[in-house]
Design a protein around this ligand. Structure first.
Ligand SMILES: [Fe+2]
Ligand SMILES: [Fe+2]
Length: 355
């Protein structure tokens, strides 16, 4: 039974981890026990995976995971969020580099408070209501940094790297909230293509098992499809072609097993794992035209999360104490940003404890 069929049968997405304990096997143990976390999804309309004979020939068949844990996630609304209004000048002092203008207000803000990063997005309806009432205010909705990127993150010295939209930020007005949402998802998917390309290169440099390398290359191809789908929906909502610009150049990384354990945990185990419940949350509010893409993203990101955990488990088993210390360092960093995420204690910590 494939992972997808299991998910369909149980209305779940599955994150699995083959334990690579005891020794430094180059090949992951396909028969090893798996930790399975089951989360409520209700997805039934995903298209079948596209056949990829060339890559599938080198990759192991999807194993039937044996569930040992079953958890229903709480609503992700528990991620702290709210609304905030401030005078133009105060808001402008926090404007992000991608901010546009709406009635004299910067549309996107970034803020750091009490050691936590927040992103704020203009609320056009509240801003217009305040200004119509004679109040010189800009109003925003804010959310804590605990939201993951939609897929494998492209990190550069700990910071998430995204391209800008070609031609600059989306203009305000019309149906642009949906266009903006899909454009932002598309930028995350676009960055994931580069993240997997870099990961494949780093795995090849340490002579990783062919199955891991092939799965990493295949995952990058999934991200191409995700990015195309997101930008197609963004363009449809915007009524104009929306596409990503170039990614910034990245700093070189040292590579090696310890670095792979560290970086794959942050980029994959954290962001890919947490992107699955986020996508499930999007799916609950999706229109019929958006559902097929979201169903594919949920299916693929579930597989990518499993790949990330499998990669980290292998790197720690092969890399020994240095790799284990690097993983512990990465986990401490991630907790600072994501421990407040409602899925963190259910999905990430229990799986991490098994490595
Ligand atoms: Fe993706
Ligand atoms: Fe992904």
């Amino acid at each position: 039974m494939t992972v997808w069929k299991l998910a369909e049968r149980l209305r779940i997405a599955v994150v699995g981890l083959p334990l690579a304990l005891g020794g430094c096997d180059k090949e992951p143990r396909q028969s090893a026990p798996r930790a399975i976390v089951i989360i409520d999804a209700g997805q039934r309309d995903a298209p079948a995976p596209a056949p990829d004979a060339e890559l599938d020939a080198a990759a192991p068949a999807d194993a039937a995971p044996a569930p040992i844990a079953s958890v229903r996630l709480p609503p992700l609304r528990a991620c702290s969020e709210g609304s905030w209004c401030a005078p133009h000048g105060q808001a402008a002092s926090h404007a992000s580099t991608r901010a546009a203008d709406f009635q004299g207000c910067a549309t996107d803000l970034r803020m750091r408070k009490n050691s936590q990063d927040f992103s704020l997005v203009i609320s056009r309806s509240r801003t217009k209501a305040k200004q119509d009432a004679g109040q010189d205010l800009c109003c925003y909705t804010w959310s804590a940094r605990c939201k993951a990127t939609p897929g494998r993150a492209l990190l550069d010295r700990g910071a998430v790297v995204l391209a800008e939209l070609l031609g600059g930020p989306l203009p305000p007005g019309g149906d642009d909230d949906r266009a903006r949402t899909w454009a932002e998802r598309g930028l995350g998917e676009h960055a994931s293509i580069a993240a997997f390309a870099r990961a494949a290169s780093e795995l090849a440099a340490v002579d990783a098992p062919p199955a891991l390398l092939a799965a990493t290359v295949r995952a990058g191809r999934d991200e191409v499809a995700h990015a195309r789908g997101c930008f197609a929906l963004a363009s449809r909502h915007a009524g104009a072609r929306i596409q990503p610009g170039p990614l910034p150049a990245l700093a070189a990384r040292p590579g090696g097993l310890a670095a792979i354990a560290h970086d794959s945990f942050l980029e994959g185990c954290v962001h890919e794992t947490l992107s699955v419940p986020a996508a499930l949350d999007w799916q609950r509010h999706a229109s019929p035209e958006e559902r097929p893409l979201l169903a594919r993203i949920i299916r693929d990101e579930t597989r990518h999360a499993e790949l990330a955990w499998r990669t980290v488990a292998w790197a720690v088993a092969a890399g020994g104490p240095e790799a284990r210390d690097a993983l512990a360092d990465a986990a401490a960093r991630a907790r600072a940003d994501f421990a407040a995420h409602p899925a963190w204690p259910i999905l990430v910590e229990p799986t991490l404890a098994l490595i």
